[in-house]
Write a protein that binds this ligand. Sequence first.
Ligand code: CP
Length: 312
Amino acid sequence: HKHLLGIEPLAPHEITMILDLAERYVDLNRGHAKHGDALTGLTQINMFFENSTRTQASFELAGMRLGADVMNMSMQASSIKKGETLIDTALTLNAMHPDLLVVRHPHSGAVDLLAQKVNCAVLNAGDGRHEHPTQALLDALTIRRAKGRLHRLSVAICGDIAHSRVARSNILLLGKMENRVKLIGPPTLMPSGIAEFGVEVYQDMAEGLQDVDVVMMLRLQKERMDGGFIPSEREYYHRYGLDAQKLAHAKPDAIVMHPGPMNRGVEIDGTIADDINRSVIQEQVEMGVAVRMAAMDILARNLRATPQEVMA
Ligand code: CP
């Protein structure tokens, strides 16, 4: 693949290959000399048209640790504010010969469109409700490390599924790796036609969490609810917020995940989020750097490959 735009086009063996390489970068990141040379000489530009803490910081660190020249475009200060379109902005940057473009955008499909207009490799850092592939890969690595495998697990994804690109990418990835995926949330936050993705749908946390290995909590994405129904936080926490009582329905060794940013007391109780025996939320962040190093390393190998190697 020239780009990483989503989980959808990836084959299971490609997912495994990225995770295996990321494992090596976990070891590198835990050492005192955190430098590799997979991206030496390459230029990486990060363009975030939406707020980010984890994804932007980890893409930046990942690029720096592998020797790339990394530039973060400040989209608030860019000429987008003067009416320049996304494509014109991308073509302008393209003329400066970047090798890797990391893009987050509020509109689904915007990153795919941009990838068609530029010469470099594009990595999707989250587009609207569509996909967030590196999040699903870092979640997969976290699960594989905690459970020792990434197949035949029962995984509950809970909350605002309808507006979540994290849920969509995870549903695709976990399905490809032959896991059982249970979606739990109110009908107003469940996308129509979701059962076609081979998932089970529940409205009740106690029922849906029964015997799961992994509990993945999601934030209410109010910024994407554009005038639609927004549940009251208090009512939502009562029915869908993860607390000890609801978690007791999962397997005793079930892990708790959250992609962040987290709203304590809305979708998750702070005590559960901080419980190092159950929560792997900080490990997810750690895996984020390693997975992004692996993804960029693999795309850089493709950039450097001769046409004959690409054909092979
Ligand atoms: N999980 C995630 O995408 O977080 P940020 O929005 O902080 O990047």
